[in-house]
Design a protein around this ligand. Structure first.
Ligand SMILES: [Mg+2]
Length: 332
């Protein structure tokens, strides 16, 4: 996904190709840098072309600009490089201006900024770091040092990628039911509340369905919990396939499911409820190698006729059970 690999030091070493004079012999000729992209902004064409030639050799995808404004515009693009090498003095915005502007954005993805400049006073270094630069290298630079510093940047960015990935996994786990892959109770109730508010705001209506697998306990008791789990998974799959793609399906708990029907009037809610009931009853489930006829009872409610959708749907579900199961009852 991003930049040169940091897990294998061998891969980060340089090729043996001849280097410009600026490249020092310290570079190891064994490997190449693998990477995605870097932005270089420098108004000095000679300095820029030297840096570009290194980047090219190290396998970087290069976006190269000659002023601060162009750099800023490049950074607004969704696929903008996360590794940024900035000259200090440039028309448009200076490197320091850009550091401040980049940090002020507070984007989720943290770009790594290396300031590359001929200014070498201690207070310049301090000013650059204070402005938001992560690192600082003075011209003329040794190519091997630039490369090493870019590797540091790539390690930081790779760590960030790992964290974002982990965060995404945790968010997914926090919102999904592990067995069925549907939204879990907390998530589906959040969606329900959001849809209720949206329906009120837009003067539309929305519906809620509670579905309960009939005689589920007997599946567990007769065929074991593995069969019960498989039945839950297959019912979940059928429900998810049957709803419209903008509706929400979640596991409410046990053998009970919730469907949030967005922007739906009473007819739509009744039709969806019936379609979902049918999707389960029409063909037996295939559970532990057996064909297992399963049905669901459904209680429905709609936002225009009740203040408490869950309670109303639950009462309707209770009626559906009492009236013989495998049926839909509407709570309005
Ligand atoms: Mg300059």
């Amino acid at each position: 996904m991003f930049l040169f690999s940091t897990h294998d030091a061998e891969e980060l070493l340089l090729p043996s190709a001849a280097e410009p004079a600026i490249m020092e012999a310290a570079e190891d000729p064994k490997g190449t840098i693998r990477t995605d992209s870097v932005l270089i902004a420098d108004d000095d064409p000679i300095s820029r072309s030297i840096v570009e030639s290194h980047f090219r050799k190290w396998g970087l995808n290069i976006t190269s600009v000659s002023d601060g404004l162009s750099a800023w515009n490049e950074l607004q693009k969704p696929d903008a490089p996360s590794l940024i090498v900035l000259d200090w003095m440039m028309p448009g915005f200076t490197g320091i201006d850009l550091c401040r502007k980049i940090r002020a954005r507070r984007t989720k993805r943290y770009p790594y900024i290396l300031l590359l400049t001929s200014r070498d006073a201690k207070q310049d270094l301090v000013q650059a770091l204070d402005a938001g630069a992560d690192d600082y290298l003075t011209k003329p630079f040794h190519a091997s040092e630039l490369q090493s510093r870019l590797k540091v940047g790539s390690r930081i960015l790779q760590l960030q990628n790992d964290l974002l990935k982990k965060e995404g996994q945790l968010r997914h786990e926090a919102m999904h039911d592990r067995l069925t892959g549907l939204w879990n109770r907390g998530a589906i109730l959040d969606f329900m509340n959001r849809e209720i508010m949206r329906a009120a705001r837009t003067r539309n209506s929305m519906g809620l369905l509670l579905l309960d697998i009939d005689h589920f306990k007997s599946i567990n008791d007769t065929y074991g919990h593995q069969a019960g789990d498989e039945a839950l998974q297959q019912v979940a799959e059928r429900l998810a396939k049957t709803v419209r793609n903008y509706d929400w399906v979640g596991r409410y708990g046990g053998e009970e499911f919730v469907v949030v029907l967005c922007n739906s009037n009473a007819d739509v809610v009744a039709n969806c409820a019936e379609r979902l009931r049918e999707s389960i009853a029409l063909a037996p489930l295939r559970v532990c190698g057996m064909d297992l006829p399963v049905t669901v009872s459904v209680g429905a409610s709609i936002s225009t006729s009740t203040d408490n959708l869950l309670q109303t749907a639950d009462a309707a579900l209770y009626r559906a059970k009492a009236l013989g199961r495998n049926r839909v009852e509407i709570g309005w």
